[in-house]
Design a binder for this molecule. Sequence first.
Ligand code: AMP
Length: 426
Amino acid sequence: MSELRAPKGTQDVLPPESGRWEEVISRFGSAAHRAGFGLVIDPLFEDVEVFRRGVGGASETVTREMYEFDDRAGRRLALRPEGTASVVRAFVQHRPPLPWKAYYVTPAFRYEQPQAGRYRQHHQLGVEALGTEDPALDVEVIALLAELYASLELRAVELRVNSMGDAACRPGYNAALSDYLAAHETLLCGEHRERWRANPLRVLDCKQDRCRSVRDAAPRISEAWCDPCREHRTAVVEGLKALGCDYVADDFLVRGLDYYRRTTFEFRSLALASAQDAIGGGGRYDGLVQSLGGPAIGGVGFAAGIERILLACDAEGVLPACSERVQVFVVDITAGAAVAPVLLRDLRRAGISADRAYDSRSLKAQLKLADRSGAQLALIVGDQEAEDGSVLLRRLRSRQDDDLDSQQVVAQSLVVAAVRRAVTPR
Ligand code: AMP
């Protein structure tokens, strides 16, 4: 029988690596929570129309790469390629009061050619805020993501900000860009020479040298902004400055979806190669809620890739995997005295992570397991200790400000307090 493996473009994340995921997700979740966003859990698969309408026409990259299938009743479904469309569909279905601030953590599925930092199942952290046009919210959303990177101690992160204009000024810009591209068509890369007319803005995003040099002299969207867009843009950048959030103005930052309006932004890791340097991005959108059957309201949000964030952490040498699986390991060599279960329960209740060995192993074998667990302390209980109600605390890993002797006998009733003093908090 051939060996069964995870499908191409997917990966298993096991401990201790998964501990880094827990860290990123919990920092994100609590930051989002503190900013008034509530967790949304919605299905991983949806009627394919949610994404066709919500992500864009069939020509869009994301829908081209979608995992689509028929279920047993012949419904056409798709695995979510991103998070926004489902959150918006859930909003339209349930109509929570506005403004609505939602956050999510989700796998996303895209049938891409796998390579470093590009997977067929990747994972996104995201927020969406629906129902207000206030640029203060754009600032809040951008700053929330900037703070997440900062809390992970990522330093080589660059924020790029643009405005895509709106229904009043974007058509004029599109026309000017189209005229320019028509005159320079032969200089474009192979793909865009054929296809630029379908979406001229995509050329600005192309990473090929040929398109890059055409782009450099192209008309700039900042010259086409109408007054309301210019005002919105000014409010956003002033808001970022007030928070000390550095940014680079990038006239060519156009994100893939047609729905983006006004603010777009992207965070890049300067420590990663350009093919995988996008560690998160988003913007303001309009028309998306309507296209999924809801009212004419806009929203603003971001999505950030967990794998990419961790690649950036690797590149910057921050957030190392933690080799400590538990803080404390209980070694029980009594002949059946039920001390270990009680100790473990009390430690865990007190918020201290603790584990033990099973199967009545020898002292030596249990100490080896204790060492492998990465625990800072072993609590050893033998028949003698069980009888006189004590526990032997043994330090397994030294600590700088250590006030515990390498070994110490403590009364069982005082163990939790002694352990709390002796372990580094998590
Ligand atoms: P997007 O919806 O394409 O803007 O993606 C949002 C974020 O998800 C990006 O900024 C990346 O960090 C990440 N991402 C997108 N596609 C992939 C992929 N195929 N593999 C890993 N991460 C991805």
